[in-house]
Each structure stands twice: as C-alpha cells, then as structure tokens.
Design a binder for this molecule. Structure first.
Ligand code: ATP
Length: 195
C-alpha cells in the first residue's frame, strides 16, 4: 500500500443554528485508526461526511491522500439483491474486480455461505451488516471511513470486524470510525476523538 494519509485541519460544522464542532484537527497515516465518539446528535456523522467530501464544513480543510470507502450507517444494502449480488454490486461501484473464488471465500468468512443466494430482505440485520464486512475484506481502498459499522453485529461479528480492522491497519491502511461500541482489539486499539 502506498503512503496514504488523511489530514483534517481546524474543521468546524454546524447544522442550522447549532454549532456541532469547531477546531477539529487530526492526521492519520498508514496503520492508524481514529475512533470518533460522542452522544447522539453530537456530529459524528457530519464529521465523517466532511472527511469523505460529502458535506462542506463551515471552516477548515480536509486533505485526503488515499482512495477510500465511505460506509454510512444504513449500510446501503439492496433488498431485492442477494447477499452475493449486493457484494458484487458494491464492488462494481468501486471498480473493484474480485475473482469468483475470492467473493465466495469472503462470504464464507463472514458466515454467509449458506445465505449467499437469498434476497437481502430475507437476511437478519446482522447478516446484512456482514455483507459490509465481506466488502471491506475485498476492497483494497487504504482509507476506511465507517459510520457505526458494528450496529446489529453479535459478539462474533464484532470480533470479525476487529480482526478485519487489525489486518487492514497491519497492511498500512487507515480508518476513521464513528461508533458507540468498543473497538478495543489489543494492539490495534484506536485513538479516540470525543465530540
Ligand atoms: N441534513 C440535515 N439537516 C439538518 N440537520 C441535520 C442534518 N443532518 C444532521 N442534522 C443535525 O445535525 C446534528 C448532528 O447529526 P449527526 O448525524 O452528525 O450526529 P451523530 O453524532 O452522528 O449522531 P448519532 O449518534 O445519533 O448517529 C443532529 O442534531 C441532526 O439533527
């Protein structure tokens, strides 16, 4: 992986009359993760959207030197596509060409082998989330910007995520993650930013 980085300088954002945050600065480079924490409505999603270039901040700058995945908290799973089709579709949108055996292996690794041909509407909330985990495993983007990736996942799913994150950081990837959950995974426990 090349030297990827994400730098945020003096970022400020408001929604209507409410000032959500100001003076937010941080820099992430290869192997680093930052976990954004804060109460409901404190601005975590807004901060991630600014980092991804989806929302314009009131002030400050975002410099991204990395191809990235942005996964919003609704996960973007389409009900009428199967688990496998959802995975292929998400990868196609990102122009990632994953070979058939790699897709099968990624679905197996997240426990969806026997569910791969079911329409997503017949999957549980956690199983839908697991499609997102398989996607993370197959997309080579160095920067992950993830909003609540652990919602609906059981303990086993949380562990799968932690392992995937550790692998990603170990390969020189970086991650900006908003969550209410504990991401502590031994040596890869991320730094925290509290809004
Ligand atoms: N498109 C929008 N228009 C107006 N206000 C918005 C918009 N999006 C978010 N807000 C407001 O901005 C504030 C911050 O929202 P945001 O989604 O960034 O919070 P959050 O920290 O991610 O919350 P949660 O923990 O509930 O996911 C909230 O008060 C919300 O109502």
């Amino acid at each position: 992986m090349s030297a990827a980085s994400l730098e945020v300088r003096s970022l400020a954002a408001s929604r209507g009359p409410v000032n959500l945050f100001s003076g937010i600065s941080f820099r992430l480079s290869g192997g680093e993760a930052l976990c954004v924490r804060g109460a409901n409505g404190s601005g975590k999603t807004t901060l991630l959207r600014c980092a991804a270039g989806l929302t314009r901040p009131d002030a400050g700058e975002v410099q991204r030197d990395a191809d990235f995945i942005y996964a919003g908290h609704l996960a973007g799973i389409k009900d009428d596509l199967t688990a496998e089709e959802n995975l292929r579709f998400a990868l196609r949108l990102r122009a990632v060409d994953a070979p058939v055996p790699a897709i099968a292996e990624a679905l197996r690794a997240v426990g969806l082998e026997s569910r791969r041909a079911l329409p997503a509407r017949r999957l549980s909330a956690g199983q839908r989330r697991r499609i997102g985990l398989a996607r993370l495993a197959l997309d080579p983007a160095p920067l992950w910007i993830l909003d609540e990736p652990l919602t609906a996942l059981d303990g086993d799913g949380e562990q799968l995520f932690a392992q995937g994150l550790a692998r990603h950081l170990g390969r020189g990837g970086l991650a900006l993650i908003a969550t209410h959950h504990d991401l502590g995974s031994g040596t890869t426990k991320p730094q925290e930013l509290r809004l």
